[in-house]
Design a protein. Structure first.
Length: 741
């Protein structure tokens, strides 16, 4: 079912096995969405039973929950089923009860603490004794379920509030919007963390839960509420010690404001830190295994990425268990030398997490199907995945997954090979190329065009959606989006679009000391780098757009970020590496938990100077490697193209050439079919890196009016050769000269 409705998943449909939910904002949209679902089901030869369908519902029961407008709570039939159960008579019965109620643990404050007496009964070699304490815990959980606990669904237009608190044994938090809880979480402190001072534990709570709820908090301003007043001044410390410095560095990634509240007003977080912390972290924390979090326009499937979950799933894989046994038994002397266990016992290969069989499909989906991945090809998908994960024969799995992707089969095709010549530049942000893509379907924000800008040296791209191709839109995009990153380039190359050749941009270039260059008409090869970007960005956007194709401007930022991070084939490194000297962090990195804390620097000025020097040397090495690699690739590609194409005719300055007329060229309103070439022209300049020539006419050829010559339409003319002009052409030319036609 997922494959059948894949193009609508996350847009207006959610699927679990054979259960389908169609959701919409308005009734009219809902009818359109239903029609599209029915079309896909019919196309796949599937039928639905009307008696099992419900239409126009304000709330639905799905996977044991009742989901309605803005909230989610346990379904009535599940609660009633639990209430009908008798108190457990055996360990098996206790496990059954914990399994049934644990499914709703995120709705019950302090669930792990409440059921602690019951969990003790399930331990190995524990004697089953149903005590009064167990009976009270059992009844308390049932009472809370009867109250129909309810969590709110996030509203991305409203401000989030994160309430945190810490006790001697644990930390807790609740995420709220307008006072209504969205999610709860808590964590038991380790023995080392329990030795922290009260202020340190409070800061730890803020840092830990900001990271834990990062999918809700990233990209917007939020409020942190704490009952520890000194924290309101923590950002103003002049000389923070190592632990504080590390925590402050992590918090700089967020846009937040700290508010002090009295402990009596911070009851929820306080309860979780003191009561919930008595249980293990895994029991106390909300389980996000199937949580979908919407960040802007990006649907991120956040399956559990904690170290404990990775370890548990690895324990269920026989192959990994065997390798781990070898590593633990023989240490560095074993035959699997690149395998090692990290600090928390997760098996890694050369630093990358070894993925068990049960999680490989999900990893493949995350690196191919989601919007931030953009349906990459085999090689680029493998490059991204192999930086983070490892399993045997992963490349074959990637190839099979990509080749079976229905979106890729529909949207991607073989390109037509053209003569190849590398476009080189040895200085980052010296020369930019710019072009408009579109018009596309008008979006909700009113955008129809995409202005694409790319640095010729590093291939570092920019994409700015615009409502029109007006020159002021171009100027705004350059000044607000591009120049703050690149500085002022020396050269900007464009095609002959009137958007780029008007007075406004010409004056702006003069004021800023920028040289504007335009290529000839019908000659995209002169803009090869940015034209390739147009093709790439379209291939990234097409598979992830909604059915109306009117949300493309919401997907562009993530697509551009992915392109910046992916290794550029001619360069051999990513554009981000060429510019920043490091890789960018992508949404897929959330699947990999962090094992090494950020290392603080005691002396920031000296550290900054040392970093700049290291970065300077590193960037120099990267640039040299990129330029050398692109030359090698250029030679290799030239040979490959040469085998598939007719030999390219190369001209020198002073050569005589004829110009091939475009098939759409007309003379006095009608297509002129007799002669394919006209001339003669004289080559005056060879733009070797731009694949174009400058020519001047050396005869009065009236057929050349309005035409622009370029490389693939020229052919050489010998000194003793005259172009054959048929008799009727001569007559027509003479008639034209005399003013008869």
């Amino acid at each position: 079912m997922y494959r059948v409705l894949e193009e609508l998943i996350g847009v207006c449909v959610q699927v679990y096995i054979d259960d389908i939910i169609v959701y919409s904002k308005t009734e009219s949209d809902h009818l359109k969405d239903l029609e599209r679902v029915f079309e896909l089901l019919e196309k796949a030869g599937l039928t639905i039973k009307l008696a099992k369908c419900h239409f126009g519902m304000r709330s639905v029961e799905f996977l044991g929950f009742t989901v309605s407008n803005g909230k989610v709570q346990p379904a009535d039939f599940n609660v009633e089923k639990i209430l009908k159960e008798s108190p457990p008579k055996s360990v098996k019965g206790v496990r059954r009860f914990l399994g049934m109620t644990g499914y709703f643990r995120k709705f019950i404050k302090g669930y792990a603490h409440l059921v602690k007496p019951l969990t003790l009964l399930t331990k190995k070699d524990a004697q089953f004794v149903w005590s009064q304490e167990c009976q009270e815990a059992y009844e308390k959980v049932l009472d809370l379920l009867v109250e129909r606990p309810c969590l709110g669904l996030p509203d991305w237009d409203k401000t989030f509030t994160l309430e945190t608190d810490a006790s001697a044994y644990g930390i807790g938090a609740v995420l709220l919007q307008e006072g209504h809880p969205i999610a709860y979480a808590s964590k038991t402190l380790s023995e080392t963390e329990q030795e922290y001072s009260a202020s340190e534990r409070e800061v730890l709570a803020i840092v830990y839960f900001c990271d834990y709820f990062r999918y809700y908090l990233d990209g917007g301003k939020f409020v942190i509420r704490t009952d520890h007043e000194p924290l309101t001044f923590m950002a103003k410390q002049r000389d923070p010690h190592h632990r504080y410095a590390r925590w402050m560095a992590r918090l700089q990634a967020y846009d937040y404001e700290i508010e002090y509240v009295k402990g009596s007003e911070n009851g929820v977080a306080d309860y979780w830190s003191r009561e919930g912390a008595l249980a293990s972290e895994r029991e106390a924390m909300e389980h996000p295994a199937s949580t979908h979090v919407l960040v802007g326009s990006i649907m991120v499937h956040q399956f559990e990425a904690s170290s404990q979950e990775w370890k548990d799933t690895q324990d269920e894989d026989p192959g990994i268990v065997a390798i781990r046994a070898q590593v633990e038994s023989f240490g560095d002397g074993h035959s699997f030398r690149k395998f090692h266990l990290d600090d928390v016992g997760v098996l890694r290969y050369d630093g990358k997490i070894v993925v068990p069989q049960s999680r490989r499909q999900e990893i493949l989906r995350q690196f191919h199907d989601v919007r931030s991945a953009g349906h990459l090809g085999v090689n680029k998908m493998a490059t991204m995945l192999f930086r983070r994960f490892y399993w045997a024969n992963a490349k074959e799995d990637i190839r099979e997954y990509v080749s079976s992707c229905p979106q890729c089969q529909l949207d991607k095709g073989e390109g037509v090979k053209a003569p190849f010549k590398a476009i080189l530049n040895d200085e980052v942000f010296h020369t930019l190329q710019m072009v408009f893509a579109g018009p596309f379907m008008k979006t909700k924000r009113g955008n129809e065009y995409l202005l694409l800008v790319v640095d010729v040296c590093s291939r570092f791209p920019f994409g700015v959606p615009t409502s029109s191709k007006a020159a002021d839109e171009v100027a705004r995009a350059l000044v607000e989006e591009v120049f703050p990153v690149t500085g002022l380039p020396q050269v900007i190359q464009t095609d002959n679009d009137v958007s780029f050749t008007g007075v406004l941009l010409t004056k702006m270039y003069e004021m800023m000391g920028i040289q504007g260059r335009t290529g000839p008409t019908f000659h995209p090869q002169a803009q090869g780098v940015v034209e390739r970007l147009v093709r790439t960005i379209k291939s990234r956007l097409r598979p992830v757009l909604n059915k109306d194709l009117n949300d493309w401007d919401e997907v562009v930022p993530m697509a551009i970020m992915t392109i910046r991070q992916l290794p550029n084939e001619p360069l051999g490194v990513s554009p981000a590496k060429m510019v920043f000297g490091r890789t960018l962090r992508l949404p897929q990195d959330a699947l990999v938990y962090q094992t090494e804390p950020i290392k603080p620097q005691a002396r920031y000025q000296e550290a900054a100077q040392a970093y700049v020097e290291r970065l300077r040397r590193h960037l120099k090495e990267v640039h040299q490697f990129g330029l050398q690699h692109i030359k090698q690739v250029a030679g290799k590609r030239a040979l490959e193209h040469k085998e598939d194409m007719e030999p390219e005719e190369v001209f020198q300055v002073g050569d005589k050439v004829a110009f091939k007329r475009d098939s759409s060229t007309t003379v006095h309103g009608s297509k002129f079919q007799k002669r394919k070439f006209h001339g003669v022209y004289l080559v005056t300049k060879d733009h070797q890196t731009r694949q174009q020539y400058e020519v001047v006419s050396i005869e009065d050829d009236w057929y050349a009016d309005g035409d622009e010559p370029y490389l693939y339409r020229l052919r050489g003319v010998r000194d003793d050769e005259e172009l054959v002009v048929e008799e009727e052409d001569v007559c027509r030319r003479e008639a034209h000269t005399m003013g008869i036609c």
